[in-house]
Every structure is written in structure tokens, then in C-alpha cells.
Design a protein around this ligand. Structure first.
Ligand code: G3P
Length: 218
């Protein structure tokens, strides 16, 4: 399973990249705003900065919602860097645009997916990635992970090449469950990735190894 980090924070991206396990980055307009990245020039430059930190797929989201402007915006984003993935919302014009981008060889990430039917449409349009939001489904008392499993079954049934990019991952159990189900990619915050490191028996075991070493190597 590939690990993407879901942030526009350059320090977090660098820290995850330094760990050596980072395969890509996802962003969205909220994450860009959280970092105070505003204005078209700064936004585009920030995407290039991220591309220069991580040599892997970098999702950059369009903010247009009509076909012509999604195409215009997406083509400009794709022209920024070879690693840019154009992130397009799951709406009617978005699906049409994904089909267009697919035919043009531009890779896409269909975002804001909350149902198996939406994921099926994204795959039929040729999306490179589909982003079901597990955390936001959990937030409304719906089983986000069940959706990942349902999409996995549907894509396997027909050999769809669209990669399942489990998004809105919030904690380490989400990551582990994604791996059990067979999501192709998970994207989450640095905190969720780092939390995978932790186990109290690792901490106590290491402390004992080091203290035993010191006892005879004073
Ligand atoms: O990748 C989508 C993600 O950014 C949404 O996460 O935590 O805002 O639901 P969250």
C-alpha cells in the first residue's frame, strides 16, 4: 500500500519524506488555506515546491465546478510538473472532465467520493485514483471502511485499474484497516503515519536493552 501525506505543510511533508516511506502528497483547498497559501501565483508555486520535495504523485485540486473551467484549470495544473495529479470533484461536470483528461493522458484523482456508485462512475471515466473519505463517513456514523471494502470488490470484479486512494484517514487503525482490505493508497496526516511507530513494549524493551548494556559497559 502506498503512503501519501494529506497536507500542504512543507515541514510535515519533509518530515514524512525523511522517514523514507512517503510515496506522494494530496492537498485540497482547505489544506492550502490552512497554510495561508492564497492567490493563484502563490498556490501554483506551492504545488511546485511540494513537487520539489517529493518525487511521486502530487494531487492538486481544481476549484472550478463547470466543465470548461475544470478543463482549463486542470490543464494548467498538469503543466506545472510531470508529477501533478489533477484532483476533480465527484460531480457531473467533474466526471466528464475526468474522461477528457484520461483521453489526453492527464492523470486524475476523483475526490469527495462517499458511495460505491460514485466510485464506479469514477472508474468508468478512467480516473487514475478515486478518493473515498473514510473519516468523514465515520463522522456521520457510517462505516467508512466498509465503503473501501465495497469499492475493492467492485473494482476487482471488473479489473478496473483506478487505484483506491483511501482519504480522510485520521488515525493508525484506519491505515491498518486499509491495508487489510487492500486499498492501493492511503492518505493521512503526519500524526497518523508516525503513530504506526508506537508500542509500549517497544519502548520498555528498548529501555531494558539499553540499561542492561550500561550495567556491564559502564
Ligand atoms: O483527502 C481528503 C482529506 O483531506 C479530508 O480529510 O480529515 O478533512 O476529512 P478530513
Amino acid at each position: 500500500m502506498k503512503f501519501f501525506i494529506d497536507t500542504a505543510n512543507l515541514a510535515d511533508i519533509q518530515e514524512a519524506a525523511d522517514l523514507g516511506v512517503l510515496d506522494g502528497v494530496t492537498t485540497n483547498p482547505s489544506l492550502m488555506a490552512k497554510e495561508g497559501i492564497a492567490g493563484q501565483d502563490r498556490i501554483l508555486k506551492h504545488y511546485v515546491d511540494i513537487c520539489n520535495l517529493v518525487d511521486g504523485p502530487i494531487s492538486a485540486e481544481v476549484i472550478s465546478t463547470d466543465y470548461e473551467n475544470i478543463i482549463r484549470e486542470g490543464e494548467a495544473l498538469a503543466a506545472l510538473h510531470a508529477n501533478i495529479i489533477v484532483k476533480v470533484p465527484m460531480i457531473k461536470d467533474g466526471i466528464k472532465a475526468i474522461k477528457y483528461f484520461t483521453q489526453k493522458g492527464i492523470r486524475t484523482n476523483c475526490t469527495l467520493v462517499f458511495s460505491a456508485g460514485q466510485a464506479l462512475l469514477a472508474a468508468k471515466a478512467g480516473a487514475t485514483y478515486v478518493s473515498p473519505f473514510v473519516g468523514r463517513l465515520d463522522d456521520i456514523s457510517t462505516d467508512g471502511m466498509a465503503l473501501i471494502a465495497q469499492i475493492r470488490t467492485i473494482y476487482n470484479n471488473y479489473g478496473f485499474q483506478t487505484q483506491i486512494l483511501a482519504a480522510s484517514v485520521r488515525h493508525p487503525m484506519h491505515i491498518i484497516q486499509c491495508a487489510e482490505i487492500g486499498a492501493d493508497v492511503m492518505t493521512g496526516p503526519l500524526s497518523a503515519i508516525l503513530a504506526l511507530l508506537n508500542h509500549p513494549l517497544t519502548d520498555s524493551g528498548l529501555a531494558k536493552f539499553l540499561s542492561d548494556y550500561k550495567k556491564v559497559n559502564a
